[in-house]
Design a protein around this ligand. Structure first.
Ligand SMILES: [Zn+2]
Length: 407
């Protein structure tokens, strides 16, 4: 489910304008709950002019309507008067494309009913939950500094992911190393070509060094290691035999190995790779603002998504209960400012199960970060929606999800 909500503010949303809006929508093929009620009332009583739709709206204190747009049976539009001067439009549907399409069409009808440009009705409330307020209030409250300085300039997720996976490989001469033939296992959800390209970018950034190796075909032992290909070539051209199986060197496996350099340590020290992965993933998912400032305290960054603040800690290794508690404490500062807040722990090793019960969202599978993030963000959207829904639907325990037909 995807939901979009817009508030329109004008001096007063009187019954005539709202009546015109409904009449217009229904004339254009929308089916509305109020119109249905109206028809039902007509079946049970004699028609009276003062019971016309615009007139009956004038009698009502609040105004709420749920509409099915024409030719969009999987989408719902909800209009309700949140305050006398604030009309809220909520559009819910199966995906962003459907919702956007219906929202645009419905806004055009609203514009025609109002007889002016909608843009004039928007600015007064634009900052209610917007990025400006996020930067003004949330960023200082969490003591974050928007640094922006990318250490290796690898904002793209794939090199970061490869770097994190490489770090867990067995050590060769004291540093994590992987063979070229293992590349796909380092980036399991992407094509091999992308893994190779990501690795090459790490090599050219000095984060990884490339080695040439000869490996025993029978026992898997490393027979020769060199940084340049020439040394290996001369060994292979020679008559030297493998000490393990006796085969000539030229018949053994020639491979490339990738080894993390010391330059990688500084990057890992403050969890920056994970933070930048998260930063990129949040932006892909549609976050309106993201600030990362890793390695300074209990919080590594924050993001704004659909009016909700995501406060996060991204760390290498398994997170502790203490870190979760510190993160929640920071989140409370933001809650006190009146925001809806979600606390999120992202780590590259499995987190203890009890951490998930602590009120913190845990993402501990970085290779499927987008999917894990989407699970959390869909909950955020649901929360936002229930907070937006008109009070009249609450006694019926109707949620926005209930309004949508099953697929
Ligand atoms: Zn051998």
């Amino acid at each position: 489910m995807y939901v979009e909500s817009v508030d329109f503010k004008r001096q007063a949303w009187d019954a005539k304008i709202l009546g015109d809006l409904l009449t217009r929508l229904i004339a254009n093929g929308y089916q509305g709950l109020l119109a249905e009620i109206h028809q039902a009332a007509g079946r049970f009583s004699r028609p009276r002019p003062d019971r016309s739709l615009p007139n009956s709206l004038g009698q009502a204190d609040g105004f709420t309507d749920v509409l099915i747009p024409p030719a969009q049976p999987h989408t719902r539009v909800i209009f309700f008067l949140a305050q006398p001067d604030l009309l809220r439009m909520i559009v819910a549907g199966r995906n962003q494309t459907e919702v956007r399409r219906v929202a645009t069409a419905t806004k055009m009808h609203l514009e025609a009913a109002v007889g002016g440009h909608l843009s004039e009705l928007l600015p007064a409330v634009a900052d209610r939950e917007g990025p400006d307020r996020f930067r003004r209030e949330v960023v200082p409250a969490l003591h974050l500094t928007a640094s922006g300085g990318l250490v290796v300039g690898l904002r793209d997720g794939a090199p970061m992911q490869v770097m994190l996976a490489l770090r867990r490989q067995p050590a060769f001469r004291g540093r994590p190393t992987a063979l070229g033939s293992q590349l796909t296992t380092l980036l399991p959800d992407k094509p091999t070509e992308q893994a190779r390209e990501a690795m090459e970018r790490l090599v050219s950034s000095g984060i990884v060094e490339r080695w040439h190796v000869v490996i025993c075909r029978t026992g898997g032992q490393w027979l020769a290691v060199a940084q340049g290909p020439d040394e290996i070539k001369s060994l292979i051209g020679s008559n030297v035999a493998c000490p393990h199986c006796g085969v000539r060197m030229g018949e053994e496996i020639q491979e490339v190995a990738y080894r993390l350099t010391e330059a990688a340590d500084a990057q890992f020290a403050d969890n920056r790779p994970l933070c930048e992965l998260l930063d990129a993933a949040l932006r892909r998912a549609g976050a309106e603002a993201v600030v990362i400032d890793p390695g300074r305290g209990a919080v590594d960054g924050a993001a704004l998504y659909h009016g909700t603040v995501l406060v996060f800690r991204a760390r290498s290794g398994a997170p502790s209960a203490e870190e979760a508690a510190q993160l929640l404490e920071q989140s409370r500062h933001v809650e006190q400012q009146g925001w809806r807040v979600v606390s999120m722990l992202v780590c590259d090793q499995p987190a203890p199960a009890d951490l998930r019960q602590s009120g913190v969202f845990v993402v501990d599978n970085v290779s499927r970060l987008d999917a894990a993030l989407e699970e959390i963000l869909s909950k955020v959207r649901e929360q936002q929606t229930s907070a937006l829904l008109p009070p009249v639907l609450r006694p019926l325990a109707i949620s926005v999800a209930d309004l949508l037909p099953p697929d």
